[in-house]
Design a protein around this ligand. Structure first.
Ligand SMILES: [Zn+2]
Length: 284
């Protein structure tokens, strides 16, 4: 799309070195927050040719990275246009990265601004809450999807530390700890506890929380459009060696339109790669 290309060029001009380094695994983005992180993203992005999933998705980050000559090295940086920088560790930051190597700190964190989004719900109680920024973005996205004829429901939003204990223990009791660790975050390690994440359904309940959900209109729509509202599909197909989770086409994470747009434009699939963080395939 011409619009996307133009957007990509705009980002290039605006973020300069940061944009370039984002295409170079192992090189930390030159931001104050990323500088504190370990610049050791050595994980491979090679797709595992497992036939387990019915979805077909070509993960091809390389093709989205422009040639170096396309980078306008002579253009002066424009501070006013640069995207804002946020903490990668503060749970109240839209850029906090929570994974199997990076638990929430504090473990019992509770967002101070939980609110109930005015969207179609497929849940209730605390799971129908999100933090205020995510709520505003979700309301816009759900409305845009509805205008396009696509039903999206909020299936699971905020999850407290105590609820995560119960959820995780249910998995352990039913499937054992090894299986539980692939399906459910340990308490203190769930993005849902930050208020920045939520799971979606399509209103019918069909294929909910299964790989087949990727083929439902709601999942297809968010995969194509979520970045316009600041969201990414946090656990993309075949990136479990980096994220620690198999494909979850239903799990969205707010990172803001600048970061989500840049990831989309450059074909960067995971937050770990985008921020130059180490892969987190399992608990330490
Ligand atoms: Zn989720």
């Amino acid at each position: 799309m011409p619009g996307r290309r133009a957007f990509s060029r705009l980002l290039l001009a605006g973020s300069g070195l940061a944009a370039l380094s984002a295409c170079s695994p192992g090189v930390a983005r030159p931001t104050p927050s990323a500088a504190a992180a370990t610049p050791s993203a050595t994980a491979s992005v090679t797709a595992d040719p497992s036939p387990a999933s019915p979805a077909s998705q070509s993960a091809d980050p390389a093709s989205a990275c422009p040639a170096a000559t396309e980078t306008p090295t002579t253009a002066p940086p424009a501070p006013a246009a640069a995207p804002p920088r946020h903490s990668l560790t503060d749970p109240a930051s839209p850029w906090v990265v929570v994974n199997k190597h990076r638990p929430l700190a504090p473990a019992g964190y509770v967002p101070a601004d939980l609110v109930a989004p005015r969207v179609r719900l497929a849940t209730s109680g605390e799971a129908a809450l999100l933090n205020s920024t995510t709520t505003a973005a979700a309301e816009k996205m759900f409305a845009a999807a509805a205008a396009a004829g696509v039903v999206i429901t909020l299936a699971s939003g905020y999850r407290s530390f105590n609820t995560q204990i119960a959820t995780y223990n249910r998995w352990v009791n039913a499937e054992g700890q090894a299986a539980a660790d692939t399906a459910s975050a340990r308490p203190g390690y769930s993005e849902h506890q930050t208020g920045w994440s939520f799971d979606i359904g399509d209103g019918s309940g069909r294929d909910s929380f299964t790989p087949a959900f990727a083929n439902q209109p709601a999942a297809v729509w968010v995969k194509a459009n979520a970045h316009l509202f600041g969201f990414v599909v946090r656990y993309p197909y075949m990136f479990h060696d980096i994220t620690g989770y198999y494909y979850e086409p239903w799990h969205l994470r707010y990172v803001g339109v600048d970061a989500a747009g840049e990831m989309n434009a450059r074909g960067i699939a995971t937050l770990e790669e985008y921020f130059g963080l180490e892969a987190a395939p399992g608990y330490l």
